[in-house]
Design a protein around this ligand. Structure first.
Ligand code: SF4
Length: 699
């Protein structure tokens, strides 16, 4: 008999609602369901997501490698576990508890993110835990926390966008990364109020065509100057919300003084964006505040910089000067990328945080969490280091000798990926839990096959901070185990008395208790309550069960209730042009693929749509370099090279080239990118690399 399961897409943070129909012979059909984020729509990735369930090379047995450089072979769970336990003990003998490290993922359910942090800190007793959200959301999270005292990526319901008169999108290509989102831009486009900041005329930037808005196309890394230029015009025009600034913020005078020196003509000289466009963007934003509402939204294009926190800050400052967060229609938000990018950063898999979005250095937070975990606060490890620094320490004399990886394909997704691969090679033991082989399992000593989205129970938190249920539609293949089971088993084998439930609903209840009173409070809900609701709540959901869709209307979450503006200064990217590196590489996502491509490169329709990497460049650049359309070209930075097929397009500035980052080996864009990081957030500068481009001889 056909069974029907209501769940959500396995991929991005829009978490489109879908219905799965599972037939006895094993086939699964996907259809869209109505939900605030997708209104029944799905993108190509969502429609084809069932193909992941029976991927031909699905991992179904643990694998172990007997000698470094030797082949992986199938093993029993008992043998794989024994190998892991030996690895932990051997690493600890040499380097103590911090000789073992853990790397998590923003695609893990809330329950897994929570239990992974607990496994790291209670069973392994290591301070070295961080996750791939550091590469994704960290700049936006840092800017929101220091300004608002709270990081809920979208502090309003997504449906608020439907009435907007103006929406500014800084560095976000939603038309490809989350296509159902585009319907939320419809009203702003109708009113000519869509503003897109992107060095590339992306699919989203082209939505501004035909009088629907304005596309600002700056030099990569010049976003702060552009945002200051828009702010300059708003202040000069008297469109600022003076009462709001005086009553509900601090620090705005310094920001106003800074903006006063960034008049549009100066911004044009720095960024290449015409002064007239800066003025137009300011008029559109200011002109819609009282009519439909104005919104300022950032994405990875603005955030993945060595000054990413400051770039997001410049966008937040703009929203605050317009008084947007106090309005029922208006605000600032960041568009979270990974499926559980929001929940993934709340429950304790970050090096500096404990569950409930508490800081690990906070004495009261340590006492609360230690109490939930049944240990003393003194036994709870201190802060670790952000992901890039953690990767750099792997296999060094004083660094971790063993690494657990859950839900991440570091060999492709890490910046300066060759350096990351070298560090993986230097480990004594690498354990990778995944659903399919990846470029990272090629370095693993132990591979554990895990369940995936439609085979597991749990919760996710979407880009609105809305809790939703992931439900099991079918059992996993024989031989595959849920990570909750894996951590339960390993905790016992490693001699821990701590409780590690294998039931997702019980883990959620523990997570909810741990979050009580924290910045992201889930204590007022449960799997049962979420199952009963047609649409789940946006957090915080405290014990009075009331949710807070718009937390900043009356006050911010800082100690004095005021938003704290920070004066930010435009600067140059960390990677200088020169030494024959005369172009800037910008990387990004495509409609048909997701993240490192480990999943989507296995789906025939998606591979058919985009089979491999390409390098987009302007016709003038192609002519100067002697590159023809369709030719194989190599992009080289001071760190490494990647190849792709040349696509010649006027969508780029002549000084910028573009590569997608979903492809591996020689086509991996992250061979080229920089691992210089933002000092506040730890975000690497993925989005600007100085490169040279040449045609590959004989291709
Ligand atoms: Fe899935 Fe995101 Fe596509 Fe929606 S937009 S179907 S969540 S990949």
């Amino acid at each position: 008999m056909t069974s029907t399961t209501d769940t959500h897409c396995p991929y991005c943070a829009l978490q489109c609602a879908m219905r799965l129909e599972s037939r006895p012979e094993g086939s699964v059909t996907v259809s869209g369901r109505d939900f605030p984020t997708n209104k029944g729509g799905l993108c190509q990735k969502g429609w084809t997501s069932a193909a992941l369930l029976d991927a031909p090379d699905r991992l179904r047995m643990p694998l172990v490698r007997d000698t470094k450089g030797g082949p992986l072979r199938e093993a029993s769970w008992e043998e794989a576990y024994a190998r892991i336990v030996r690895g932990v003990r051997a690493a600890r003998e040499v380097g103590g508890d911090d000789a073992v490290a853990v790397f998590g993922g923003g695609g893990l359910t809330n329950e897994k993110a929570y239990l992974l942090g607990k496994f790291a800190r209670v069973v392994l007793r290591t301070r070295y835990v961080d996750y791939n959200g550091r590469f994704c959301m960290s700049s936006a999270a840092a800017a929101a926390n220091r300004t608002f005292g709270l990081d809920r990526g979208m502090p309003f319901p997504i449906e608020d966008l439907a009435s907007a008169g103006a929406i500014l999108l800084a560095g976000s290509n939603v038309a490809e990364t989350m296509p159902p989102f585009v319907q939320h831009l419809a009203r702003a486009r109708e009113r000519g109020g869509l503003i897109v900041i992107d060095p590339r005329r992306s699919a989203t930037a082209s939505l501004t065509d035909d009088g629907n808005g304005v596309h600002l196309q700056p030099l990569p890394g010049a976003d702060i100057a552009v945002l200051l230029g828009i702010l300059h015009v708003i202040i000069a025009s008297g469109d600022l919300d003076q009462t709001f600034l005086q009553q509900r913020t601090t620090g705005w005078e310094e920001v106003a003084a800074r903006a006063s020196t960034w008049w549009p003509e100066r911004v044009e000289r720095e960024s290449g964006v015409p002064a007239s466009q800066i003025r137009r963007a300011a008029q559109l934003l200011a002109g819609s505040v009282d009519e439909g509402g104005s919104f300022v939204l950032t994405g990875r294009g603005a955030e993945q910089h060595a000054r990413g926190t400051d770039t997001v800050q410049a966008a937040i400052n703009l929203a605050l000067f317009l008084g947007l967060p106090r309005r029922a229609r208006g605000g600032f938000a960041t568009l979270t990328g990974q499926g559980n990018g929001q929940g993934g950063r709340e429950h304790g898999q970050k090096s500096d945080q404990l569950p409930g979005y508490r800081m690990i250095t906070d004495v009261a937070a340590r006492e609360h969490i230690a109490g939930i975990w049944g240990i003393s606060p003194q036994e709870l490890p201190g802060p670790g280091v952000p992901a890039v620094e953690l990767l750099h320490r792997l296999g060094t004399p004083d660094g971790p000798r063993m690494l657990f990886v859950h839900g991440s394909n570091l060999a492709v997704s890490a910046p300066n990926a060759e350096r990351a691969r070298e560090r993986l090679t230097a480990l004594d033991t690498l354990v990778v839990c995944d659903i399919v082989p990846s470029e990272t399992t090629e370095y693993a000593d132990v591979v554990l096959p895990t369940t995936q989205w439609a085979e597991e129970e749990g919760t996710m938190t979407n880009l609105e901070g809305r809790l939703l249920r992931r439900r099991r539609a079918q059992p996993p293949p024989n031989g595959v185990r849920d990570e909750l089971q894996i951590w339960h088993d390993l905790a016992l084998l490693l001699g821990s008395n701590a409780s590690f439930s294998t039931a997702a609903s019980e883990v959620f209840d523990e997570l909810a208790a741990a979050s009580a009173g924290g910045r992201s409070d889930y204590s007022g809900t449960s799997h049962l309550a979420l199952d009963a609701a047609a649409v789940g709540p946006q957090w915080p959901v405290g014990t009075d069960s009331s949710s807070t869709p718009r937390p900043f209307i009356d006050r911010f979450s800082t100690p004095d209730g005021r938003a704290v503006l920070h004066d930010v200064v435009p600067g140059r990217p960390s990677d200088d042009l020169g030494d024959h590196f005369e172009l800037y590489l910008v990387t990004g996502r495509l409609l048909a693929h997701y993240q490192s491509g480990a999943q989507t490169r296995r789906v025939a329709e998606l591979v058919g749509a985009t089979p491999g990497a390409f390098v987009a460049l302007h016709p003038l650049t192609a002519q100067r370099l002697g590159v023809d359309e369709g030719e194989l070209v190599e992009v080289t930075s001071r760190r490494g090279s990647a190849v792709g097929i040349a696509r010649i397009t006027r969508d780029l500035r002549p000084d910028v080239v573009f590569m997608p980052f979903h492809f591996a080996k020689l086509q991996a864009a992250n061979n080229v990118t920089s691992d210089v990081t933002d000092p506040v957030s730890g975000m690497p500068e993925f989005k600007v690399s100085a490169v040279q481009v040449r045609a590959v001889d004989g291709a």
